[in-house]
Ligand binder design. Structure first.
Ligand code: ATP
Ligand code: MG
Length: 658
């Protein structure tokens, strides 16, 4: 490993073996020179760049002539509009024809050894039968269909069956309450919902259908519930005429059903955002551009090859699961992991056991899981991980401390680590290193992906700040293929949220710093920025300084009003299992922030407690702000919170801190 100091950051070069080892595939991109040349073309001549890439990666039923139309400014960007495409053919059929016996899905059940592999040939048959069944329930092109299912192969089969009919799926994470399910179904007037009797997670059984039962009476557009039986021993009440068992219906249909052909701008799916900052938005992705972005980022960022076995331990209830469990890997014809369980069951070594048994080549998780495993202890990081080449992180800024743990302990210095920055709305990665080639800087998402003209804007005057060593809000000039086109039934909301704040740009809502090498450092949400005596401080930076202390597992920083300095910092700290909070530790933590960032950034108050997280694992700082302000009656929408009871714990901790 080469580490050399560069200002306050350091550089880690991708392991040389990724280019030299004859037993692994030749990287899809060979050097930074190649990246730079391709990037330049993607920005200055997007028509040639994306036209070529779209012809290489996608099978077209009718070739397109126009690559790009419309603009961000007018909120009408569209891609490949005069072509025709069959999404399901691209994801399933073409691989089933060329390589029928290759594995498509690697199902790892909650219990070890209960999973199975599904080949592309089998996947085509399964998807076809499911599509036939859905059609028999009245699903046709353009209909919205809700999915409320755990991480099992039938969930992926259902997604693919829906798009095989040209219908639109809306996945609702199988952990949401019946109220959240109701809201999402009604927002997009879904016709049908597909669920399971129950889900198996971490050795527990969680009822799913009963949640749907409670939602159903409040969802006037639903006509049926299709139920997959996950637990043959469970007694699940079925309502005559409304509920249908999967096993009674699906096997009746032919193993081939012709795939729908659609305009590339036809919606592929809609998905509600995580709700970290407020009410979730039903983000709409279209077919051609989204699939192109999903495949291209897999190819270049994860260096995914058709012979690879991609391991993303996320959930299809979130965008990460859509793009990097299902759409990207299947576009590439790779095998992809569908993992039903948790990182802690049967113990904290589960992930690495999966990697060894399936010889996974990529591994992709969120910082919250990385911190969990780091806290559990290195002794759990065992089993053979030598098949891995690229490790990815997603969802929140990753502290350099956690990045290096991932690199050294999990990757044993043999893998590249990609910190992938993107959003539900961007469809695929927008800022990330490319595994085999980009020199990494822990804590930085590094460089923009092809076609992403990332700019830093001065939030005060709305002007683009050119050059390096600049800080501001992160925005994107000009459209890119996988960008969301709208918010479901809310084009005005789409425009207001993303396009109006800085006319002519897509506004990410995140703050960023571009360093002397043009590397982008995500500073966290603009809403979370703390302003102390005129210094705009990023929550991510202060949290990284706190996490670098051995006793700290996680932290969340928020600003509170202060008469003297405008705002002051309060830091919430979750300690590692054996650490204890005392005056000494508090002093060390404050020193750590003073020395890495500056005396003005020193937390005014340290609160030792649990942290509020979304169901996708992100810290919800707005809840902490409300609690500190004593406005516990105005906390707002808590439906996306993973453990509602932590709110009580935090209120208690705040009251007992002076
Ligand atoms: P909502 O928009 O409803 O508040 P959300 O923004 O959490 O929810 P997502 O689309 O799942 O919903 O998350 C995208 C956000 O996650 C980004 O805007 C950014 O704040 C954060 N994020 C994702 N990846 C990274 C990363 N690699 N580094 C830093 N932040 C990241
Ligand atoms: Mg967001």
């Amino acid at each position: 490993m080469t580490q050399h100091a560069s200002n306050y950051s350091f550089v880690v070069d991708p392991p040389a073996r990724l280019h030299k080892d004859a037993s692994i595939p030749k990287p899809n991109i060979s050097s930074m020179e190649e990246y730079k040349a391709m990037y330049e073309q993607s920005i200055h001549d997007p028509t040639t760049f994306w036209g070529k890439m779209a012809r290489e990666i996608i099978h077209w039923e009718k070739p397109f002539e126009t690559v790009k139309q419309g603009s961000i400014e007018n909120a009408d960007a569209a891609w490949f509009t005069d072509g025709l495409i069959s999404p399901c053919y691209n994801l399933v059929d073409r691989h089933a024809i060329e390589r029928p016996n290759d594995i498509a899905l690697i199902y790892e059940a909650d219990e070890l050894n209960e999973g199975r592999n599904i080949t592309y040939r089998q996947l085509l048959a399964d998807v076809s039968q499911c599509a036939g069944a859905l059609a028999s329930l009245g699903v046709t092109k353009g209909d919205r269909v809700a999915i409320y299912m755990p991480m099992i192969p039938e969930t992926v089969i259902t997604m693919l069956a829906i798009i095989r009919l040209g219908a639109i799926h809306s996945i609702i994470f199988a952990g949401f309450s019946s109220e959240s399910v109701t809201d999402r179904i009604n927002d997009s007037s879904c016709k049908l919902i597909i669920t399971c009797d129950e889900s198996h997670r971490g050795g527990k059984r969680i009822p799913l259908k009963s949640v749907v039962n409670r939602a159903y009476p409040n969802c006037p557009t639903l006509t049926n519930v299709l139920v997959f039986q996950r637990s043959p021993d469970a007694s699940t009440a079925m309502e005559e005429g409304r509920d249908i068992w999967w096993h009674d219906l699906v096997p009746k249909f032919p193993k081939y059903c012709p795939p729908a052909v659609v305009n590339p701008e036809h919606p592929l799916f809609l998905l509600y955002t995580s709700g970290s900052t407020g009410k979730p938005k039903g983000v709409v992705h279209t077919t051609g551009g989204y699939l192109l972005g999903a495949a291209a980022t897999c190819k270049y960022i994860f260096d995914l090859h058709p012979t690879d076995r991609m391991g993303c331990a996320g959930d299809v209830g979130w965008i990460t699961g859509h793009t990097y469990i299902v759409y990207g890997p299947l576009m590439m014809g790779s095998a992809t992991l569908v993992f039903e369980g948790t990182p802690a069951y049967p113990d904290y070594s589960r992930y690495w056991n999966i990697v060894e048994r399936h010889k996974l080549t990529q591994w992709y998780i969120a910082p919250t899981a990385i911190r969990l495993l780091q806290r559990a202890g290195d002794e759990y990081v065992k089993y053979d991980r030598s098949s891995l080449r690229v490790l990815g992180s997603v969802g929140e800024p990753i502290a350099p401390e956690s990045f290096m743990w991932y690199y050294n302990v999990v990757g044993q210095g043999r893998c590249a680590v990609t910190d992938t920055y993107w959003q539900t709305e961007t469809g695929s990665h927008i800022v990330s290193s490319m595994g085999p080639i980009t020199p990494m800087k822990p804590g930085s998402a590094t460089l923009p992906f092809f076609g992403i003209d990332a700019v830093i804007i001065d939030p005060l005057n709305g002007k683009v700040i050119e050059g390096n060593k600049v800080e501001g809000v992160l925005a994107i000039r000009s459209s890119w293929p996988s960008a969301a086109r709208t918010v479901w039934k809310g084009h005005d909301r789409f425009i207001d949220t993303y396009l109006k704040p800085y006319p002519g740009f897509y506004f990410t809502g995140d703050g960023a710093y571009r360093d002397e090498d043009g590397y982008i450092w995500i500073r966290g949400r603009v809403d979370d920025v703390v302003n102390i005596s005129g210094h705009r401080l990023s929550t991510a930076e202060i949290e990284a300084a706190l996490i670098s202390h051995d006793s700290v597992a996680e932290s969340a920083v928020v600003g509170v009003p202060d008469e003297l300095t405008g705002q002051a910092i309060n830091a919430f700290i979750l300690l590692k299992p054996n650490a204890v909070a005392n005056v000494d530790l508090e002093k060390q933590l404050i020193m750590s922030v003073r020395s890495t960032i500056g005396p003005f950034a020193a937390p005014r108050k340290l609160i030792f407690s649990d942290l509020p997280k979304t169901r996708s694992g992100k810290i919800m700082r707005r809840i902490l702000r409300k609690i500190l302000a004593g406005e516990t009656d105005q906390i707002g929408d808590l439906s996306t919170l993973a453990e509602p009871k932590v709110v009580e714990h935090i209120i208690h901790a705040v009251h007992h801190t002076h």
